[in-house]
Each structure stands twice: as C-alpha cells, then as structure tokens.
Design a protein around this ligand. Structure first.
Ligand code: ATP
Length: 456
C-alpha cells in the first residue's frame, strides 16, 4: 500500500522537536517537516497531504489552538502529537477540530494504524462529496422503481409538474409506468386530498366514451332510464386521468376541449351546463403527433393537453434497470404468494436481458409473477420464465413450463390475428372472439400489442 503522506508542523519554539521527531522512521508513513511559522497568528498554509501531524507541548497550546481555528490544514485531518498535555488540554484540541491525538512517545505501530484509518475515512468522505447528490425524490415516487438516467430525469420533473395546475401529457409505450407517474403528480399536488379518477379511453366503446366522462340525462338513450353523472363530476376538486387519450373519438374530443377551456360540460342529452373544477392529466402510448397530422386528433386539444409533458423510456432503453426491477417484483410476489423465492439465477437474468420487452415493465411484472408461482426452489431459474421466442425451445422444458409458454404464444398470435381481421377495432375484435371487451383489452395490454397499428 502507498504510504500515508504527513506534513508535520510545530510552533517556532519547537523547531528542534520537529526535526527530531520527523527524522524517526515509521513504516508506511512519509513524514515531511513543515517550516514553523514565526507568526503564531497566521496559519501554516495547507499543502496536499493525507494527514497533518501537529506537535503540541504545554507552552505551544495557544499556537495550536490558533492553527486549528484558522483551518490552515485545509481538508486533511489533524492529529495532535502531544507532549506533557493533560486530558482536558487534549480534549480542548479535539473540540477545536483535531481528529485524533497520540502521545509523542507512542510506538510506531499505534501511530501507523491511526494514520491509515484516518486516511481511509478521509478518502471515503471525499468520494461521497464528489458523488452526485442523492436524488431528492419524494417517497411517493418510490413506487416508480429505476435508476437509469433517462428514467430518473423524467421522475425528477414530477414534483415541479405537481406544483402546477396545468395539463400534463404523459407519453410512453404501454406498460412504461404512465399511470403510476400520473398518480404521483396527483398525490404530490394540492389536489391530493380530492378524488383521483382514472379512465382508459381505449378500453371504452367509442359510442360510450362521452357518457362515461360527462354523464347522461334521463332518456338520452333507450336504455338510459335514469340520469347518471359522469366521471368528470366524480373527480370534482381532484384529478382526472385520461389514459390512451388518442383513442378518444373526435366528437368527444370537442367536448373535452371545452371542458379544459371553460371548465364546463353538458351531459349527453342534457341542456344544462355543468361546471367542474378538475385537473386533467392525459397519457398516450402512440404517436399522437402523427394522429394530429392525419386529422384524427384535434390539434387545439393536443396543445391544450400538452402544456407540460413527461416522456417515459421503454424498458429496452433502460435495460440497466432490469436487475433492479426484476428483484423488486420477485420480492413483491414472493411476499404476496408467501413463497420462499429470493434469487434469480444468472441464467434467468441473462434470459430476461436477452428479451426485447414490448410490453415493458408491465410484461416484466407478469413474467416475474408467473415465475414466482412456477418456481420450485428458492431460486428462479431460466426455465421458470415464460417468455416467447425461447432460445431453449420447448423440448427441454418441463411440461407445465412448455404449456405456459405455448399459451402465451397462442394468446399473442390470436389477439394479433383478431385485430388484423377487425382492423384494430377492439369492440369488434372482442365480439368476434366471444370475449368481454375489457378482458380482450387486458390481453392486448398484457402482450404490449399496439392496436392502433392495425387500424386502417
Ligand atoms: N418504474 C416502475 N416501477 C415499478 N413498477 C412499474 C414501473 N413502471 C410500471 N410499473 C408497473 O407496471 C404496470 C404498468 O404500469 P402503468 O399502468 O403505470 O403503465 P402505463 O404506461 O400506464 O401502461 P398503459 O399504457 O398500458 O396503460 C403497473 O402494474 C405498474 O405498477
């Protein structure tokens, strides 16, 4: 190990002591005597060294105190090398900033170990002060797991966005955490004690979106036997989160724009105008800009929603977070299912890292959930992961794994074919497959399929 570099200082009265003491040999310590300062009031200039050793006798206590008060030793810790001092004198030096003390007559071994320890502590302190400051993220943001720079940069903006009452458009592929992000904005805002209401516009049949958002009057449809207030009324005072806002039909977009501009709306079939004090956050996983170009999304509404924006990166662009996220989900599901699963094998991590994650964090979450359930021991192995395009092939998997994998592949293929047949219309695709629209939608999201790609 490199020697600890020490400068040794003493008052002019102790020049001889300085010379004698500095000429002693200490293994692992390099002593550099520092010319004593004739002016006791002026501090000895700092010099690059690991530790400052300050020789102090009873007669030079005042000088030593002045040196410590003046801080001329720079950042390096000071060790008082004492001769004839009482305990309370030493205490006084420590109180003024000396890091340690050693009696002048002490042996080499004691001095060397103390100096090593001080240097290590000092290096640690320097490294910590050079490290970027710990992210001052609010605990509410801790649900959003991730350390990668492109992700953290977006998270860091959330407290500022929360402080404003303007609209925020949250962009990102499916499963990247847009809703979690919107929730954080709401719960950090002054509206936190008021309702949080989320609605997925893509999951609602287009003819029902407007009524769902703004309610309807009695008799507005044949089945509308009762007046019904919509989600906008439910969100009064709070935040309204419109997920997949790009799937909103153009007619409803006009109503939403009025709602944003005037804070007013009319329930379907009603002549009465209602007022609502609601902040609107919106999310889109598509290219909303190109929908504007194509005339499928109102430009004025786009600008209104997009006053502030957040753009969450897809998981494939923050793969350095994969181990952190995987262990997070592993721990969570092991706790939920009361399973003693606490590790991911290296092969399992490699398998996760080789996959492209079109469904992003949500897909990873589902994958780890299944893995915890399927896993037999304490470690999740590569074979416990049901991921499509397994390079292992089915033949070498246990039956239950091979079956789960085949089901995954089938679901994806089936949903994609139905969307192709129905030109991306979820309602029609759900009907054609004999499934509830919501259940069909869940499958679309689970596999990270972009339904808009199939629209004509
Ligand atoms: N950074 C993250 N840390 C922990 N969990 C996350 C993170 N991002 C997403 N998730 C989890 O992934 C799932 C999907 O998240 P969320 O619903 O917020 O995504 P989304 O982008 O709104 O998806 P979609 O566009 O499909 O609605 C949730 O269960 C959420 O808890």
């Amino acid at each position: 190990m490199e020697p600890v570099e020490c400068r040794v200082i003493a008052a002019p009265a102790h020049l001889q002591w300085l010379q004698d003491w500095s000429s002693r040999g200490y293994p692992g310590v390099l002593l550099r005597p520092w010319s004593a300062n004739p002016n006791p009031a002026a501090p000895l200039a700092a010099d690059a060294c690991d530790v400052t050793l300050m020789l102090v006798g009873r007669d030079t206590l005042a000088w030593a105190r002045q040196q410590l008060l003046a801080g001329g030793q720079g950042d390096s810790p000071v060790v008082a090398v004492t001769r004839g001092l009482t305990g309370s004198m030493v205490q006084g030096l420590l109180a003024l900033g000396a890091s340690d003390f050693v009696a002048s007559e002490h042996g080499a071994e004691e001095l060397t170990t103390r100096l090593w320890r001080l240097r290590e502590q000092q290096r640690h302190r320097c490294a910590a002060s050079r490290a970027p400051p710990a992210s001052p993220l609010h605990p509410l943001l801790s649900k959003l797991v991730g350390n990668s720079l492109n992700f953290v940069r977006q998270l860091e903006r959330i407290p500022t966005l929360a402080a404003s009452d303007a609209g925020v458009l949250i962009l990102g592929e499916t499963g990247t955490g847009k809703e979690l992000c919107a929730q954080a904005i709401h719960y950090l805002s002054k509206r936190a004690s008021h309702p949080w209401v989320a609605v997925n516009c893509g999951a609602l049949p287009s003819e029902l979106v407007e009524a769902e958002l703004f309610g309807h009057a009695r008799g507005a449809y044949t089945s509308a036997h009762q007046e019904r207030s919509g989600l906008a009324a439910e969100a009064e005072g709070g935040t309204f989160f419109l997920d997949e806002v790009d799937s909103m039909p153009l007619s409803t977009q006009a109503k939403l724009l009025r709602f944003l501009q005037e804070k007013e709306y009319r329930p379907v079939g009603s002549t009465k105008t209602r007022h609502a004090d609601v902040r609107v956050l919106a999310a889109s996983n598509g290219d909303i800009g190109s929908l504007v170009q194509q005339g499928r999304f109102r430009r004025d509404l786009y600008y209104r929603l997009n006053i502030l924006s957040v753009s969450l990166p897809p998981l494939r662009e923050r793969m350095d977070d994969l181990p952190l996220l995987s262990h997070h989900f592993l721990k969570r599901f092991a706790g939920e299912f009361r399973r003693e699963v606490n590790r991911l094998s290296t092969a399992a991590l490699a398998r996760l890292a080789a996959y492209s994650w079109p469904g992003n964090v949500r897909e990873l979450e589902h994958t780890l959930e299944r893995a915890v359930l399927l896993c037999r021991g304490e470690t999740v192995e590569a074979g416990d992961l049901d991921l499509p395009e397994s390079p292992d092939g089915c033949a070498c998997l246990e039956f239950r794994h091979a079956k789960a994998q085949a089901v995954q592949a089938f679901e994806r293929m089936y949903i994609e074919r139905m969307l192709l047949l129905c030109q991306g219309n979820i309602t029609h695709a759900a009907q054609a497959s004999g499934k509830d629209r919501r259940a069909f939608w869940q499958l679309v999201r689970k596999h990270g399929i972009d339904a808009a790609r199939y629209r004509g």
